[in-house]
Design a protein around this ligand. Structure first.
Ligand code: ATP
Length: 287
């Protein structure tokens, strides 16, 4: 049984270690947020298991709770009911094994490229020479070695995102949680970044949970795509993507299987968006 040594659970949670079937597990999770005097149910009966080295995308209507679920996996939010487990232990806080990546690259403008990549290692007190060696290695892997000493403000959006990818993967996280990481990019840059990230993921194989609104992106990158319903958010479809790897952008237009997955997911998503809209209108009429 593999237990992570870097999760730091409190004494209470230490008594509740479960046999880990999967690195990440949501067990019957429910969650609400308080809006004024009202508790709004965001997740209900949310169950999901994500295996080691799996790439799983979460898609669903806006506001269905995708980011909330991701935050729970990262230990940033605790469920009101149910459990979110990392290697069988409750995700009670952030872990060195887990890295995040968001739509905004969040690079620090006052630091040069290399020093941005070194940031997480600095926090973990990795010695300077080792930090530099690993940062340079990753800058090479994202093809930015010539820009190590550049000002991040002088980089294109795509280059900035590659710095962010390097900064995320340089720490060899076992789990990467990504919230619409390519959403801010133009279409061509986005396609390039998907390809770039897929290449690096195939070499490193961390477990990835990837939130996106883009179904094609989800299909192209993932081993599984799970679809959430809205209000309350729960999983209504879990589709295994059996396309061969490495995947290419051409699959979008040339693979009949890709087209089949897209049709299935977009049909289900349309139903969920329509149902969410109906509920919203009914609630508006009752209010
Ligand atoms: N900290 C918070 N306090 C109160 N309400 C919140 C909080 N975080 C999220 N919510 C609400 O919970 C619901 C789900 O939000 P969440 O961001 O998880 O959804 P999402 O599916 O990621 O949305 P989107 O696709 O639009 O990014 C939304 O109605 C949101 O307003």
């Amino acid at each position: 049984m593999r237990q992570t040594s870097t999760v730091r659970p409190g004494p209470e949670s230490a008594q509740r270690i479960e046999e880990p079937g999967a690195p990440i597990a949501f067990r019957n999770v429910s969650h609400n947020f308080i809006h004024g005097k009202r508790a709004v149910l965001v997740l209900e009966e949310f169950d999901l298991e994500i295996g080691a080295s799996e790439f799983v995308s979460i898609v669903g209507p806006s506001g269905c709770g995708k980011t909330t679920a991701l935050s729970m996996a990262g230990g940033l939010e605790r469920p009101r009911h149910g459990r979110v487990l990392l290697d069988g232990r409750p995700c009670d806080g952030t872990s060195d094994d887990v890295a995040f990546m968001f739509a905004r690259d969040a690079l620090l403008p006052w630091r040069r490229v290399r020093r941005n990549v070194e940031l997480g290692m600095e926090v973990r007190r990795v010695p300077a020479a080792e930090r530099r060696r690993r940062a340079d290695e990753w800058l090479r892997r994202v093809r930015l070695e010539e820009f190590a000493d550049s000002d991040v403000l002088h980089l294109s959006q795509g280059m900035r995102q590659r710095v962010a990818i390097a900064r995320t993967l340089v720490q060899s996280p076992r789990v990467v949680l990504m919230d619409e990481p390519f959403a801010a990019l133009d279409a061509q840059t986005r396609a390039n970044q998907q390809q770039e990230f897929a290449r690096l993921w195939e070499a490193e194989r961390p477990t990835v949970v990837f939130v996106t609104h883009d179904l094609e992106e989800a299909i192209l990158l993932s081993d599984r795509v799970v679809l959430m319903a809205a209000r309350p958010g729960r999983i209504v479809a879990d589709l295994r993507i059996d396309l061969p790897r490495p995947r290419t952008q051409e699959m979008r237009t040339q693979s009949p299987d890709f087209a089949g997955y897209l049709e299935t997911l977009s049909g289900r998503l349309r139903e969920e968006v329509a149902a969410a809209e109906e509920r919203r209108q009914a609630e508006g009429e009752r209010a």
